[in-house]
Design a protein around this ligand. Structure first.
Ligand code: 13P
Length: 248
């Protein structure tokens, strides 16, 4: 019932030549009968080129969606350097990541702002990928479930549905560290999160944090894991597609 979503978050990586080559390789290699949805989220500078590349390379029955990594809550205005959800939609993006822990930590984003950004995504017709996850200190203090619950409650807007929202559980200590959460921990957390969601049976919950071709199969096999949000391994088409293949 919940179709698997394999999403690549390129973060602040790739210049135009490498980025378009990566997008072309992902689009060309996405398999004859895709059993999952594929999404790539390049940096804003490459959205136009990546959308163009994917449009030219992907076959109609093997679409690859393109999303932004962040958006501003307002539709327009005096916000130097920011990008409105409407601008992403205007380019042809279908998704936007909001509340990534790197933005929560590096830009001081709090739940209320993340919620406003998710609302902006919905207003613009985009699917919001709302990220939550505890730090190592919070985990060590036994607060992982409480922290995730607080972030879900604070970051998910009123109008969130299974169609316009995806939740990504990304424990901060597992991001870029090579230290993925154990399948038991992920299973428990995803079950906990599902119990807090609107349209809980249908809303997709992705796991993120050091997902690689070698550990993807056991994580994606878990009942409440509906896909992955992948950082480092999404920068190599081979690895990204190998992860997607484990979802088959
Ligand atoms: P890594 O896959 O590099 O751990 O990054 C995960 C992530 O932050 C995706 O948004």
């Amino acid at each position: 019932m919940r179709r698997v979503l394999i999403a690549g978050n390129w973060k602040m990586n790739m210049l135009s030549a490498d980025g378009t080559a990566l997008a072309a390789a992902v689009a060309a290699g996405s398999g004859p009968q895709p059993s999952c949805d594929l999404l790539i989220c390049p940096p804003a500078t490459l959205l136009h080129a990546v959308l163009d590349t994917v449009g030219k390379t992907a076959l109609p029955d093997r679409p690859v969606s393109v999303g932004g990594q962040d958006c501003h809550a307002d539709a327009s205005g005096a916000h130097t350097g920011d990008i409105a959800a409407e601008m992403l939609a205007d380019l042809g993006c279908s998704h936007v990541i909001v509340g990534h822990s790197e933005r929560r930590a590096g830009h001081g984003e709090r739940d209320a702002e993340v919620r406003a950004k998710a609302e902006a995504a919905h207003r613009a017709g985009l699917v919001a990928i709302v990220c939550v996850g505890e730090t190592e200190a919070e985990r060590d203090a036994g607060q992982a479930h409480t922290v995730a619950a607080g972030q879900i409650e604070g970051s998910l807007p009123e109008g969130a549905t299974a169609t316009n929202t995806v939740v990504a559980y990304e424990p901060v200590w597992a991001i870029g560290t090579g230290k993925s959460a154990t399948p038991d921990d992920v299973a428990g957390m995803h079950r906990h999160i599902r119990g807090l969601l609107p349209e809980a049976d249908a809303m997709r919950i992705l796991y993120g944090g050091s997902v690689k071709p070698g550990n993807a199969a056991e994580l994606l096999a878990l009942e409440d894991v509906d896909g992955a949000l992948i950082g480092g391994a999404s920068l190599k088409a081979e690895d990204f597609l190998a992860i997607a293949a484990t979802a088959a």
